[in-house]
Design a protein around this ligand. Structure first.
Ligand code: SF4
Ligand code: SF4
Length: 145
């Protein structure tokens, strides 16, 4: 299951949010995505696969989370392993890593496009909500004034 995002590595691109097929991740208030619905994680590793910063760790157990911390995971050598072993990005030209996952390409891309639209919608809704709360209740002074 999804365990954590290493904050120091994350560039806030939200690619992991877009590609997650079960809507586990959410753009975070500080630019780092958060695991908002971890119970929906299906341990598919898509978020790891699409994270070029190797900032995400998904544990192998699909039924329960494992207690891990950033230092442990950073030292483990596991970050980026799945992306590398799948022959993605900078590993694509390395014959040692067979790029079989591209056989799923059309399905992943179709799912990815739908996810992008979904995330755009959520970000717009979030912006609208914070706009509304900034304006306060019509006819009443804003809180704290
Ligand atoms: S894909 Fe990686 S770098 Fe981008 S937001 Fe997610 S964790 Fe951060
Ligand atoms: S492992 Fe799959 S289901 Fe779980 S958070 Fe990552 S992309 Fe989503």
């Amino acid at each position: 299951m999804f365990e954590l995002i290493i904050r120091d590595r994350c560039n806030g691109c939200n690619r992991c949010v877009e590609v997650c097929p079960t809507n586990v991740l959410e753009p975070g208030p500080e630019g780092i995505p958060v695991g908002a619905r971890v119970e929906q994680c299906q341990t598919c590793f898509m978020c790891e696969l699409y994270c070029k910063e190797d900032a995400i760790y998904v544990g192998p157990d699909r039924d329960k989370r494992e207690p891990v911390n950033e230092a442990q995971i950073a030292a483990s050598g596991l970050l980026g392993q799945y992306r590398r072993d799948s022959g993605w990005d900078e590993w694509a030209s390395n014959p040692q890593y067979d790029n079989q996952i591209w056989q799923l390409g059309p399905y992943i891309q179709a799912g990815g496009k739908r996810s992008v639209e979904r995330v755009k919608l959520r970000i717009a809704e979030q912006a609208k909500r914070s706009e509304t709360s900034d304006q306060g209740v019509p006819g009443q002074p804003k809180q704290g004034l």
